[in-house]
Write a protein that binds this ligand. Structure first.
Ligand SMILES: Nc1ncnc2c1ncn2[C@@H]1O[C@H](COP(=O)(O)OP(=O)(O)O)[C@@H](O)[C@H]1O
Ligand SMILES: NC(=O)c1ccc[n+]([C@@H]2O[C@H](COP(=O)(O)O)[C@@H](O)[C@H]2O)c1
Length: 204
């Protein structure tokens, strides 16, 4: 069996998890590793001079644990899925995508962490403008919730900084306009992933 790793990165509330879930639902033998499940406990997240918790930095995440999960999948995707109670899926009429295990890595800082970035076969980066990002972010409740002024005082400046750092080191990013409807975003990426799957199969 072959395997493929797809990165869905981008701005907070850009639509990463929505897109990752749709891909997962349509791709047999796929699995999502979501970066936001690896945040450190609030008690150990650093605080800046304005009292804002520094959540939007790699240091706020257990990247070592995230890497272990990805490496466990890479080592043996079938056993990895089986250990999570998931059985390999085969369509009644076999399709190309049945034959390739696909890992979807989703998160706002996945391309800023070099060891993780290096593993990706394809990199997508969702972007939305400031106003829309602020609007979507303000209607979402995190644990802990954003304190007043957090978007402009921490989230947006860190997004600009992290994106700049990423663009200095990462090539082959495919930018996606997160203002497009979810269906259009899904179809565009899904079509490309199917082509990547076919490429893997043709590589024999
Ligand atoms: N393409 C889209 N168009 C409009 N709203 C969207 C779109 N994608 C996601 N959303 C909405 O934006 C919010 C954030 O989406 P989500 O996928 O959780 O973003 P992220 O994982 O990047 O933080 C949710 O309310 C979701 O329903
Ligand atoms: N434990 C958590 O999940 C948690 C806590 C505080 C802030 N956040 C926020 O999560 C964001 C990243 O996730 P999204 O890209 O899904 O928005 C960061 O901007 C960060 O400020 C998450």
């Amino acid at each position: 069996m072959k395997s493929l790793i797809i990165g869905i990165g981008g701005i907070t509330n850009g639509g990463k998890s929505t897109l990752a879930k749709s891909l997962h639902e349509h791709i047999p033998n796929s699995y999502i590793v979501a970066q936001d499940t690896f945040f450190k406990d609030d008690s150990v997240v650093a605080v800046d001079s304005n009292g804002f918790k520094q959540y939007d930095v790699l240091d706020a995440l257990h990247m070592d644990r995230m890497m272990s999960e990805v490496r466990a999948w890479q080592k043996d995707p079938a056993s990895f899925l089986a250990s999570r109670g998931l059985k390999p899926q085969f369509s009644r009429i076999p399709k190309a995508e049945d034959k390739v295990y696909v890992l979807i890595i989703e998160g706002f800082l996945i391309f800023n962490y070099r060891p993780l970035n290096e593993l990706m076969d394809k990199r997508y980066f969702l972007v939305i403008p400031y106003e829309l990002c602020k609007k979507r972010r303000c209607s979402r409740v995190y644990t802990p919730p954003d304190p007043p002024g957090y978007f402009d005082g921490h989230v947006w400046p860190m997004f600009l900084k992290n994106r700049k750092e990423m663009e200095e080191t990462v090539t082959d990013l495919v930018y996606l306009d997160g203002m497009k409807c979810s269906e259009d975003l899904f179809s565009a990426v899904y079509e490309e992933v199917l082509l990547e799957i076919q490429k893997q199969l043709d590589a024999d």
